[in-house]
Design a protein around this ligand. Structure first.
Ligand code: UD1
Length: 343
């Protein structure tokens, strides 16, 4: 059985679908702080199976221990449960350290009591900061974190690395995500941002359905071809599949060491204006946007060197940007109608 913490969230729910499709038994633990119980129906509708769900806040250490006692068959953990808003982390650093690092320690302590267990960690390309070279390989140096959020990803990786060095009970993989976008093609699950979205793609689709007046493009005077920042946008379903591949690698003992790190991206850099053009192409709709000041803390460019993921992990992102944008757009229209029906 695989424990998926934060399994009701955006990347978590897509991963649960891929796990169940591959025949894994899943238990989701989530405190629903940034997700909705209806996600379970979406997962059931796609896979035909409702995963076990426990509403739990993992910051309560005794509850974490209780969970592992209740489900001794847990052999692996995919750990998504964490706070992820950069701005909020500047205001509430202790919340981020408690939520993102305290919980990580509790989970590792429980896994360490088992003989052989697998652990997959949600890390981020944010650990590289503004990398000196593109594409970014796993060997690129870790730069000082710009925010407590980013710092929790760096420290989280160090905690896992040190734990694996000291104990052979745990086999772990940290996955450094680039920019996940899009939704499941069934239209049953997708991203459900609370309040004003911070990320580009949900802001674009919310603008297009009329929830936001316009998109603000943060700066067009960067040293790139069109002056806007470059990122590596990866379809969330491709990303979800990488988690299953990583988990199977650990379960089948194909890992080369008991702590490994992989970048997960497409390997292709795309500018903000190119994302907008892709949206306009697939939606047949013009987007209302204007150029404003740069956003503080944004890096100019970040896209992945996918060699390790392709050749060692054996996984490759296959979806195009247009396909991912089309799925994000379909999903936005579905949740818009859903909200209207609820009114
Ligand atoms: C952001 C976080 C990153 C985190 C990731 C998680 C920052 C600085 N970085 O990544 O640490 O791991 O989210 O999801 O917050 N953009 C606009 N207008 C908008 C929104 C975004 O122009 O309204 C631009 C940004 O300047 C950037 C690109 O779109 O160039 C992507 O932004 P975003 O989706 O927020 O992702 P990151 O900044 O890459």
């Amino acid at each position: 059985m695989i424990l998926v913490t934060g399994g009701m969230g955006y990347i978590g729910s897509h991963t649960v679908v891929e796990l169940q499709t591959k025949g894994f038994d899943v238990i989701i633990v989530d405190n629903l702080s940034n997700s909705s119980i209806e996600v379970l129906d979406g997962i059931k509708a796609i896979t035909g199976k409702r995963p076990i769900f426990e509403k739990l806040d993992l910051r309560e250490k005794s509850k974490v221990a209780g969970l592992f006692q209740q489900y001794p068959e847990i052999e692996g953990v995919i750990h998504f449960a964490a706070s992820k808003a950069v701005g909020e982390s500047m205001e509430l650093p202790l919340l981020y350290y408690e939520n993102n690092l305290g919980v990580l320690v509790y989970l590792l302590q429980e896994l360490n009591k088992k003989n052989a267990s697998s652990f997959i960690f949600s890390s981020s390309c944010t650990v590289y900061g503004q990398a000196d070279e593109q594409p970014i390989s796993e060997k690129a140096p870790i730069k000082p974190a710009e925010s407590p959020y980013g710092n929790t990803k760096q420290i989280g990786e160090e905690i896992i690395r040190d734990t694996c060095r000291a104990s052979s009970n745990i086999n772990a993989i940290a996955l450094r995500y680039f920019n996940p976008i899009g939704a499941h093609e069934s239209g049953k699950i997708g991203e459900l941002p609370l309040g004003v979205p911070q990320n580009l793609v949900p802001f674009i689709t919310q603008t297009a359905v009329g929830l936001r007046e316009q998109l603000f493009v943060f700066g067009d005077d960067y040293p790139t071809d069109d002056g806007t920042c470059i990122r590596d946008y990866i379809h969330v379903v491709d990303l979800a599949k990488a988690h299953v591949t990583a988990l199977e690698r650990l379960i089948k003992r194909k890992n080369q060491s008991n702590y490994e790190v992989f970048n997960l991206g497409t390997g292709k850099g795309t500018s903000v204006l190119e994302v907008i053009k892709s949206f306009e192409r697939v939606s047949g709709q013009r987007l209302n946007y204007s150029i404003v000041e740069r956003r503080q803390g944004d890096v100019v460019e970040a896209f992945a060197d996918t060699t390790m993921a392709n050749e060692v992990l054996g996984w490759k992102a296959i979806s195009s940007l247009d396909k991912a944008m089309a799925s994000a757009w379909t999903w936005e229209k579905i949740i818009m109608n859903f909200k209207e029906n609820k009114r």
